[in-house]
Design a protein around this ligand. Structure first.
Ligand code: SAM
Length: 330
């Protein structure tokens, strides 16, 4: 495929695309969704072929890294077909973010289909608390999923933990020990104000990355490393372990100046920024031009003009972004 480059008004090159493959999920994490969710009707959702067209077009425009996400990507029917298709594009990096519940059976087929790396969400190692946070999840299933992923031989596995004060912040040391024992990286994430939730006040439970780092530093020396996985995390290493500890800090250490990413929702909305509403409807273009991808390509190139310089998250309790993370594609 001919390689071009996508560049925005601020000189940032966009070479990383996160594709949401479903808004549905088998979990209802308290920071991500409301308890009662209405999901999209089928005709509004891109078909797997349409998602593949979007992926191919981005690759022809210089995309080097694709992440599949959702919702829970592994609850989308025939997801392996899409993984196989995108796996054949020869990307530098091809990853998925998952809650891990389906990995006991899916890890090996995913690896075989060409997926290179997995991010697995894990907010607690206490079965009751895990159930309280996910509302429907079973910890043992996810732990089995992590083991299955290790056995399947992925190039990289990373755990993701959203830290909530009074929720799971006490478990940070234990989660770090777990990651060290399993020899997988772990990233701690500040909760973002996406969608209106009823479980807690997001401002009240915000646990900043600096606070999490202080907790870990009481047990382990943390050495900053300039390593970068092509995403928003800042990484640290410990002298006596091979794993990395990452921090994603949308509130406290804004990562916009190096933003190289865009997202496509499962409705085909190209989101130029996680924390802004700027978007372009790709579904209309896909369905209006079913034979060639020329118009799609042109629309994506022009959309770069809309990418905002930065996001402005506040913790004042006002809902800034109405879409939930399951719609945004985390
Ligand atoms: N279902 C998959 C999973 O659980 O990883 C993929 C989708 S989920 C939306 C992706 C990531 O976003 C998860 O690690 C989740 O913890 C995180 N997330 C969801 N809502 C968030 C929020 N409001 N702030 C920060 N992270 C959030």
């Amino acid at each position: 495929m001919p390689h071009a480059k996508l560049t925005d008004r601020f000189g940032r090159t966009v070479n990383y695309v996160r594709l949401s493959v479903t808004d549905r999920c088998d979990f209802r994490c308290v920071y991500c969704m409301a308890e009662e969710m209405t999901f999209l009707p089928r005709q509004q959702v891109l078909t797997l072929e349409e998602i593949a067209r979007v992926a191919r077009t981005f690759v022809s425009l210089g995309t080097e890294k694709i992440r599949l996400t959702g919702g829970e990507p592994l609850v989308r029917k025939d997801i392996l077909e899409l993984v196989k298709e995108i796996g054949s594009y020869g990307l530098r990096d091809f990853a998925m973010t998952t809650n891990g519940s389906q990995l006991p059976t899916m890890a090996k087929p995913l690896r075989k289909a060409g997926l290179k790396r997995l991010n697995i969400s894990l907010d607690s190692l206490d079965a009751d608390k895990f159930h309280r946070i996910t509302r429907t999840g079973r910890l043992s299933q996810v732990l089995d999923g992590i083991d299955a992923a290790k056995d399947a031989g992925f190039e990289g596995i990373k755990l993701n933990t959203v830290v909530m004060k009074g929720g799971n912040d006490q478990e940070v040391p234990e989660l770090v020990e777990f990651a060290r024992k399993k020899k997988v990286d772990i990233t701690f994430i500040e909760e973002m104000p996406l969608g209106e939730i009823s479980d807690h006040d997001r401002g009240e439970v915000l646990c900043t990355s600096d606070e999490v780092r202080d907790i870990i530093s009481q047990r382990h020396e943390l050495v900053p490393t300039p390593e970068d996985s092509g995403g928003p995390a800042r990484y640290y290493r410990m002298p006596d372990s091979d794993i990395r500890i990452g921090f994603i800090s949308p509130h406290s250490h804004n990562f916009c100046s190096t933003c190289n990413r865009v997202r496509v929702t499962v409705e085909g909305r190209l989101l130029l920024c996680l924390g802004n509403e700027h978007s372009v409807d790709l579904r209309r273009v896909l369905r209006g031009h079913p034979v060639t991808n020329d118009k799609l390509r042109e629309t994506i190139i022009n959309a770069m003009e809309l990418k905002p310089e930065r996001h402005h998250f506040s913790t004042e309790g006002d809902v800034q972004i109405l879409r939930f993370m399951n719609m945004t594609g985390g």
